[in-house]
Write a protein that binds this ligand. Structure first.
Ligand SMILES: Cc1ncc(COP(=O)(O)O)c(C=O)c1O
Length: 478
């Protein structure tokens, strides 16, 4: 039941918070099926609430068949309560893959590194930065003796506001921008700001796997929306919005990770209209916007936003310097003040030195020169990978930008075994299941062409193909 406070806004009854608290813990597997949950007395004293409040919550959990009662013994977890996606006890096909999240894959050292969606450090402007740092200290002698403001360096925010107006035709003031330590932090802060346990969240399928982990960590109920080369099924999106009233849709509509797809301009506009109609936030993660090969991508969704339901997250990690950890979030004032508070709680502002280094590079003519060369180098690497893969029956849709190929293998190649064998041969890639909120997509893999040089790339892809052939052969002759 909801209560109404003096200000007229609806607040949750305390027993509902207790309900959510226990339900989230059950879903996260803290207690197994048929295991006893804390007694009413114990939980009331732990949470410092009245026993009746806990009793009410437990009664509702019972009604909803999330727990059951054993006479004179207490409350027990009802079978079937675990999040279906979080079943870590499912049979382990390969001891490695089942536990893998992206960071685990990245921890494995590999000569043929196809799992990093990162640009080869040799293609980034390292020399320029090292020469430049001295100048930054001359310009801002006290840069290390002070904090940045929580919202981020004002000079940088002004430059970004001008950049967005010029490049994307959206107009935000410096006050509408918050600098975060990478877009990863932005997604995390926004998830904490907008999501409560069991809130419905729309998420692309497949998607950036760390985002799945962040929303799940927040206790969200994930509703996967398939992404196709030409966008989403908007009827499905709308029916989810009507049925589940999701708080937000996390999307990466431009050179999407992992597929490389780009949502067409027409659909962007329609999607924003849908979101506004159904009051669902769109978290637009625009990490790869500038990494295109021939043509600039369509304008961001944020450019179509009129009512403030689009939150724009723009990372500059990929093509400037991942180590600086600079990203910007654009959002409307009502949300900004809350995001500001969360950012303050998290780290009191991103390091000022990093922001100043970034600012001076970003404002210089060198950035454009660097981007032009980078686009050519990445396109060459993509072509090499595609050339080698064209000798197989694997399929993919050639992306017009971004860092990855999303490749489908024939069912005769067992992905888990291929990954295990590849790792033995110092080759790494991201298995599709990690990018899938449903943990399926087992026939797919993400191959990044951006991290290793042309020669290694060719060798590595050849070896990977050879391994898959050996596995295929072993299986067909069993
Ligand atoms: C779609 C997407 N969002 C966010 C990130 C995180 O980037 P950052 O370095 O800005 O935290 C990545 C990194 O691969 C990504 O692919």
């Amino acid at each position: 039941m909801e209560r109404v406070n003096g200000g007229g806004t609806q607040v949750k009854a305390l027993s509902e918070h207790v309900y959510d608290y226990i339900w989230t813990r059950i879903q996260r597997g803290e207690w197994r099926e048929h295991e006893k949950i804390p007694s009413i007395r114990l939980l009331a004293s732990e949470l410092n609430v009245h026993r009746l409040t806990v009793f009410k919550a437990y009664q509702r959990l019972k009604e909803d068949k999330k727990v059951y009662v054993k006479d004179k013994s207490g409350y027990y977890v009802h079978p079937g309560g675990l999040l279906p996606f979080d079943d870590l006890d499912s049979p382990i096909v390969s001891s490695y893959v089942q536990k893998s999240h992206l960071s685990e894959i990245h921890r494995v050292p590999a000569t043929y590194q196809f799992s990093y969606a990162l640009i080869d450090p040799n293609l980034l402007p390292n020399r320029y930065f090292s020469e430049y740092v001295k100048e930054i200290f001359d310009l801002y002698p006290k840069v290390l003796s002070t904090y940045s403001t929580v919202q981020g360096d004002e000079e940088l925010r002004h430059v970004l506001a001008r950049h967005f107006a010029h490049q994307h035709h959206f107009h935000v003031g410096a006050d509408d921008i918050l600098i975060t330590s990478g877009s990863q932090q932005a997604i995390d802060l926004l998830a904490r700001l907008l999501i409560q346990p069991m809130d419905a969240v729309l998420i692309e399928r497949p998607t950036y796997s760390a985002a799945i982990d962040i929303f799940r960590q927040q206790g969200a109920k994930l509703l996967p929306v398939d992404i196709h080369p030409n966008g989403y099924d908007l009827e499905q999106v709308e029916s989810y919005m009507i049925q589940h009233k999701p708080r937000l849709f996390y999307l990466n509509p431009t050179f999407h990770n992992p597929t490389g797809y780009t949502i067409p301009a027409k659909q962007r506009k329609q999607l924003v209209e849908l979101a506004e109609r159904h009051r669902c936030f769109l978290l637009e993660d625009d990490t790869f916007h500038d990494i295109y090969f021939d043509r600039e991508p369509p304008l961001p969704l944020f450019s179509y936003s009129t009512e403030g339901y689009v939150v724009y997250i723009r990372s500059f990690s990929k093509y400037v310097a991942p180590g600086l950890r600079i990203a910007a979030v654009c959002l409307r004032p009502a949300l900004m003040k809350h995001l500001f508070t969360l950012k303050a709680l998290s780290d009191n502002g991103s390091p000022l030195l990093n922001q100043k280094i970034f600012l001076h590079y970003f404002s210089s003519a060198r950035l454009q020169q660097h981007l032009e060369k980078l686009r050519i180098a990445l396109n060459v690497r993509k072509s090499i990978m595609e050339e080698e893969l064209s000798l197989t029956d694997w399929t993919w849709s050639s992306p017009a930008g971004g860092l990855n190929l999303w490749v489908k293998l024939p069912p005769s190649v067992p992905m888990d075994e291929l990954l295990a064998k590849s790792i033995e041969k110092s080759i790494s890639f991201v298995p599709g299941s990690i990018c899938d909120p449903l943990k399926e997509k087992k026939a797919w893999m993400r191959l990044s062409y951006s991290y290793i040089n042309e020669k290694q790339l060719r060798e590595g892809v050849r070896q990977l193909i050879q391994l898959s052939r050996e596995l295929n052969h072993a299986h067909t002759h069993f």
